[in-house]
Write a protein that binds this ligand. Structure first.
Ligand SMILES: Cc1cc2nc3c(=O)[nH]c(=O)nc-3n(C[C@H](O)[C@H](O)[C@H](O)COP(=O)(O)OP(=O)(O)OC[C@H]3O[C@@H](n4cnc5c(N)ncnc54)[C@H](O)[C@@H]3O)c2cc1C
Length: 299
């Protein structure tokens, strides 16, 4: 690689942090829990549920993250719209004590506490942490990425333990299975859950994949819903959910803005540049992804 190219690459990576924070505003409600509440109200009015999650900046202490989760639970309890709380075990320092506090507070309002998926090496500790708070009064949920080699096995565990599961492609590849196709992995996890899981959240904006997953779940009566991320395009996936008469839920992060893609993906997917330009424009103008008309009744 030439020195010029290396220099350009390093400059682009150095500029990425501030750009990411700016453009990432299109994908989060705002810095405060009140922002998440006000965005959520729009989805409740449209007949959907929400997932709330505090996205912390680098260096936030686990105590601070836990406090923001507790504040969110209190504020959302008053609003009474359909919601659950998503947490990230590494941001909470994998602390049984802090997660226990969150679960105790969630239990008082009968709210689910759901573990987001992080890096593959975090799965084992997250699973142990989840096990340690089961039976504390709140429903515990778990996320399984199709990209992780172990997810089909984890699906059997989740079904056995009666956990609601969110299935995602996964943002991070698994070194144990670098060639695993995220779509094929996603459907393998869905197959492992179909007919066995308590509830499955199909979390994808890939409409073809959503259709295939819902077909497999609905055909054998597995309770399921579509989960979408604030800021990504809703329309095509929502239409699939509507066709199957399946409800929808939107993931509404608040706290620190971040993007659901990285500049290093641009070589594989040049559309990243177009998304970045649009997201910077949206962040500047405060415009959001349009909400298509929604009813969960079958078409
Ligand atoms: C509710 C929810 C929760 C999630 N939770 C987790 C989690 O806990 N852990 C985890 O690792 N991952 C999580 N993810 C992210 C997930 O792993 C994928 O990285 C992400 O959803 C992208 O994959 P996809 O299947 O939605 O669609 P893709 O195949 O990436 O995209 C579907 C369509 O949307 C378009 N598109 C994609 N991105 C953009 C964009 N920025 N702007 C415009 N169009 C775009 C694509 O061109 C394509 O047409 C979650 C996703 C959702 C929806």
């Amino acid at each position: 690689m030439s020195d010029t190219f290396q220099g350009l690459k390093q400059a682009a990576l150095a500029a990425w942090g501030p750009l990411e924070r700016r453009a990432g505003r299109a994908y989060f409600a705002g810095p405060k829990v009140a922002d998440a509440l006000s965005v959520s109200q729009g989805f409740w009015d449209a007949g959907m549920g929400v997932v709330i999650c505090f996205w912390n900046g680098e260096g936030a202490s686990p105590r601070t993250v836990a406090n923001r989760c507790l504040t969110a639970l209190e504020a959302f309890a008053e609003a009474e719209g359909d919601h659950y709380l998503a947490i990230k075990a590494p941001s909470l320092g994998f602390s049984r004590e802090l997660v226990g506090e969150i679960v105790a507070s969630a239990a008082r309002g009968s709210v689910r506490v759901h573990f987001d998926a992080q890096r593959p090496e975090a799965v084992e500790r997250t699973r142990k942490l989840a096990e340690s708070v089961m039976g504390s009064g709140a429903t515990i949920g778990f996320t399984l990425p199709g990209r992780f080699a172990r997810s089909a096995r984890d699906a059997a565990w989740a079904a056995r333990r009666g956990l609601p599961v969110r299935v995602v492609k996964g943002q991070v590849p698994d070194p144990a299975a670098p060639g695993l196709d995220p779509r094929a992995g996603f459907l393998a996890v869905v197959d492992a859950l179909a007919g066995k899981a308590r509830h499955v959240g199909v979390a994808s904006h890939d409409a073809t994949l959503v259709r295939e997953a819902l077909e497999r779940l609905v055909s054998n009566g597995t309770p399921c819903e579509l989960e979408l991320l604030l800021g990504l395009p809703f329309g095509p996936a929502l239409r699939e959910a509507r066709t199957f008469g399946v409800p929808a839920r939107i993931y509404v992060p608040f706290g620190e803005a971040r993007l659901p893609y990285h500049i290093t993906e641009a070589r594989r997917n040049p559309r990243v540049f177009a998304w970045l330009a649009r997201d910077l424009w949206r962040a500047e103008t405060g415009k959001r992804e349009k909400m298509p008309g929604w009813t969960s009744a079958p078409a």
